[in-house]
Design a protein around this ligand. Structure first.
Ligand code: FES
Length: 393
């Protein structure tokens, strides 16, 4: 690696980011800006962790599929004829064309280039004019397959065949989400991911930052959820995610000009749940923004140190999409959400500029930024473990 900063001293210096939030400092700026660090991070995180790819109900029927990409690896998520969920590489095993794009329903994946054809389970079922090719056996060829796991209707994949299961390490978040019944929540297939010229962690930190809420978003679309009402539950050792509850000034608060839910509230919510929002992060790919009538999910796709893309979608209570004027009500919500999001995106873009500066700090945290130190705890243990592995210690 070119940069000399990736050494024992650098990884030891990360210890100061995993102290109690009252003592911790931010990660070194290079963790957000260096392409060499991103290459290291692929091995430390992305090749080992569970990566969210979408919702299981996007592939309800046999033949349904969608495509997705993480760290530049094009993938297909498909439902086989037997109803099995599969995660496959989209890379043709002939000359590397992608065998599928977008989403839809297919009987098989036919590579457009030379028409090698793969079953929904990835097996090569057709390869024209290959009979004179020595030692070529169609049965030996298939699209590489990844492990999958589903959690509350979200599909995750893992490049590591030996990775620990995800759900047992999310019990506390699962319990917090129980009454929202995410497994049965409904939502449309989202728009294609949007591109952003900043590090994926800048986005993930912003998604669960209670500190900026009262400041950056000051105004009638956000004032009902003050930063002072943030609560950060302790997560058990080894937890695969972290969360923040944020109290609201009235029940069923929502990010819209009425500050009130306009869609049916998730029916099992308690009074306590209706007086708070929940922000949960499952790094390195999934953030949830949970309110009484709507859940926004954000799926991050890291691409380089200085860029990522993000899929943004929403879920509502079963039947909510059939209520009169649903589209208008959702537009009412999403227009406000986009106004708030624009404020975040502006900040995120300039944070990345600042992080590249020679004057970029290792700053200190407010208690309202506990989610950032929770992310640091998740990251640093993995960074330090990977550095130890890399050095054969
Ligand atoms: Fe796919 Fe040739 S690259 S069939």
């Amino acid at each position: 690696m070119r940069d000399s900063f990736l050494n024992d001293g650098f990884f030891k210096s990360l210890d100061s980011s995993v102290k109690d939030v009252s003592e911790a400092e931010t990660l070194p700026p290079e963790c957000y800006t260096s392409e060499d660090f991103f290459e290291f991070e692929k091995d430390a995180l992305f090749n080992r962790e569970w990566l969210c790819v979408g919702r299981e109900d996007w592939v309800k029927k046999p033949g349904d599929f969608f495509t997705v990409s993480h760290i530049g690896e094009p993938l297909i998520i498909s439902r086989t004829k037997d109803g099995e969920l599969k995660a496959l590489s989209a890379v043709c095993q002939h000359r590397a064309m992608l065998v599928a794009e977008g989403h839809g329903n297919a009987k098989a994946f036919v590579c457009p280039y030379h028409h090698w054809t793969y079953g929904l389970d990835g097996r090569l079922v057709g390869a024209p004019a290959m009979s004179k090719t020595c030692s070529f056996n169609r049965d030996d060829v298939k699209l590489p397959e990844l492990r999958t796991e589903t959690w509350l209707g979200f599909v995750f994949v893992n490049f590591d065949a030996n990775a620990e299961p995800l759900a047992p390490r999310l019990t506390q978040i699962t319990e917090a989400l129980e009454n929202y019944d995410l497994l049965n929540a409904e939502g449309p297939f989202p728009d294609a991911p949007s591109q952003y010229p900043w590090n994926w962690k800048v986005m993930m930190e912003n998604n669960n930052d209670g500190y900026h809420a009262t400041r950056l978003h000051k105004g009638p679309l956000h004032d009902f959820i003050p930063s002072e009402l943030a609560v950060f539950p302790d997560m058990p050792d080894g937890a695969a995610g972290y969360m923040r509850f944020n109290g609201t000034l009235h029940a069923d608060a929502a990010f819209n000009p009425l500050q009130k839910a306009v869609l049916p509230v998730f029916p099992k919510l308690t009074d306590e749940e209706r007086r708070r929002a929940l922000f949960a992060n499952i790094p390195p790919t999934l953030s949830l923004v949970v309110t009484s009538d709507m859940i926004i999910y954000l799926i991050l796709h890291a691409e380089s140190a200085n860029s990522h893309s993000m899929t943004m979608g929403y879920l509502v209570a079963p039947g909510a999409m059939s209520v009169p004027l649903f589209e208008d009500k959702m537009a009412f919500n999403m227009n406000a959400a986009m106004e708030i999001t624009e404020q975040d995106l502006h900040v995120d873009e300039l944070v990345q500029v600042g992080l590249k500066s020679r004057f970029a700090p290792r700053g200190r945290y407010s208690w309202q930024e506990r989610a950032q130190s929770d992310l640091n705890i998740w990251l640093v243990s993995r960074y330090q473990d990977a550095w130890t592995r890399l050095n054969g210690q």
